[in-house]
Design a protein around this ligand. Structure first.
Ligand code: GDP
Ligand code: IMO
Ligand code: MG
Length: 431
């Protein structure tokens, strides 16, 4: 049993795409289990740089089958553009990419509702990617949605017309107008539906469980990050799905007892895109330097990512709720030459110190308590062996391991697939 779940443990964009691509040759199947095109997973190899939104990050591996699972929401128009964007790689996509019939479809009017609803919130907006994610999951849980399996039968169009009218009614109740053309969205949508139909639409839960019986190995790829989880994230500034490890079981139909490893991906610092609380956010030149050096601009929306110090209170919380068995530290190269580094180990709330991630992170003032670490100046982007990394970085990692109680088994020192150090030994210091 070597099945693995890969999840982001912060607010997304931790580098999940890079890791899934880097380790995918160990797996037969890579399956996305939640989210939709709000995700942007960047992969770099052999001078190519590619951002995936709905398609799993195992797609560049010759061997693996890729599955878009039942928990994912698909925008047919964006899906078609993604398919076209992969043309140059000459991948036989129809042999390598299967789609769950149970996955829900994002309709053009879902995107309109998203945009109108956000506009109506003014300063309180979530900072959504406006891809229609929330409204689509609302129709899923409201038992109104259209699923991929429906499109093979033309009667889905009646359901579409009904939902469209209903959505336009909802939109008319907001006192907002948004500058989006429904006609244009619908054109892309219809083309996208036709493209989706040319793919293998499967009962992915059967496929995956049969594959497990045959001894195949599955990698479940999460999107977003644990602090954006609908239940455990910084609600309401979250996305609309369970981004944590448990979401892989419901989003794929793979039972929990089939999972061996849960890899938590985290950056050596913290970023967040969109609104919402972020206790360790930096509003100074250090934050700007991290953004510039780390190219911290959204892979999906191009927005500036907010940057801050590593928050171990939050990381310990997300390690717990995911049951992470190991961690991968990303973008440690970005911290080279930053100077002294701060790591948050507790919060001061109402003059009380806590190491727990609070329910009410929104309205209370949270004063992060930091421990200072020596930085390093060495460029580490070409380092291949852990022994050649600066001692200060290893001290930093050792502290993280001892604080959260989980080993850091991989150190990423650059965006390319090759800039990845698999650690042969690690210190697991219990504290
Ligand atoms: P994801 O959504 O978790 O897959 O992450 P994104 O692709 O949205 O953002 C991560 C960004 O960091 C991408 O531009 C990656 O190419 C880049 N990246 C990943 N790992 C590293 C690393 O170790 N160092 C640097 N400098 N960049 C990295
Ligand atoms: P990946 O998979 C970072 C954020 C949005 C917004 C909130 C809700 O690339 O890590 P939504 O569009 O879901 O209604 O937006 O969640 N968000 C992400 N932030 N990475 C992502 O995905 C994100 N997907 C959504 O910015 O704050
Ligand atoms: Mg991303």
């Amino acid at each position: 049993m070597k099945n693995v779940i890969v999840v982001g443990t912060q607010w997304g964009d931790e580098g999940k795409g890079k890791i899934v691509d880097a380790i995918t040759s160990d797996y037969d199947i890579v399956a996305r289990f939640q989210g939709g095109p709000n995700a942007g997973h960047t992969i770099e190899f052999n001078g190519n740089k590619h951002v995936l939104h709905t398609i799993p990050s195992g797609i560049f591996n010759e061997k693996s089958i890729n599955i878009i699972g039942n928990g994912v929401v698909i925008d047919p128009g964006i899906f078609l553009k993604e398919i076209e964007g992969l043309d140059k790689y000459k991948i036989d996509l129809r042999k390598k990419l299967y789609i769950s019939k149970r996955a829900h479809i994002i309709l053009p009017t879902h995107k309109l509702i998203d945009a109108t609803s956000e506009a109506s919130k003014g300063k309180k907006k979530i900072g959504s990617t406006l891809k229609g994610i929330g409204p689509t999951y609302m129709d899923k849980t409201g038992r109104n949605g259209i699923r991929v399996g429906d499109i093979v039968n033309d009667s889905w169009q009646q359901k579409y017309s009904y939902l469209k009218e209903k959505h336009l009614n909802i939109i008319s109740n907001f006192n907002e107008s948004v500058d989006i053309s429904l006609d244009e969205l619908e054109k892309d949508f219809i083309k996208g539906i036709e493209s989706l139909k040319t793919f293998e639409l499967i009962d992915s839960e059967n496929y995956l469980n049969n594959s497990l019986e045959e001894g195949k190995k599955i990698l479940a790829e999460g999107a977003q990050g644990s602090l954006l989880d609908i239940d455990f994230g910084t609600y309401p500034y979250v996305t609309s799905s369970n981004t944590t490890a448990a979401g892989a079981c419901s989003g794929l139909g793979v039972p929990p007892n089939k999972i061996k490893k849960i890899i938590g991906i985290f950056k050596a610092y913290t970023t967040r895109v969109g609104s919402g609380p972020f206790p360790t956010e930096l509003f100074n030149t250090i934050g700007d330097k991290i953004r510039e050096t780390g190219h911290e601009y959204g892979a999906t929306t191009g927005r500036d990512r907010r940057c801050g110090w590593l928050d171990l209170v939050a990381l310990k919380y997300t390690v717990q709720i995911n049951g992470a068995t190991e961690l991968n530290i990303m973008k440690s190269d970005v911290l080279s030459s930053i100077g002294k580094l701060n790591v948050c180990t507790s919060y001061l709330i109402d003059n009380k110190e806590t190491k727990n991630f609070p329910y009410d992170i929104k309205s209370k003032e949270i004063i992060p308590q930091y421990i200072e670490f020596d930085g390093w100046d060495q460029d580490i982007t070409q380092v291949k062996n852990e022994d050649d990394l600066p001692k200060e970085l290893i001290d930093y990692i050792n502290f993280i391991e001892s604080f959260v109680g989980v080993p850091v088994k991989l150190i990423s020192v650059g965006p390319d697939r090759a800039q990845t150090i698999f650690r042969s030994i690690w210190n697991q210091i219990k504290y």
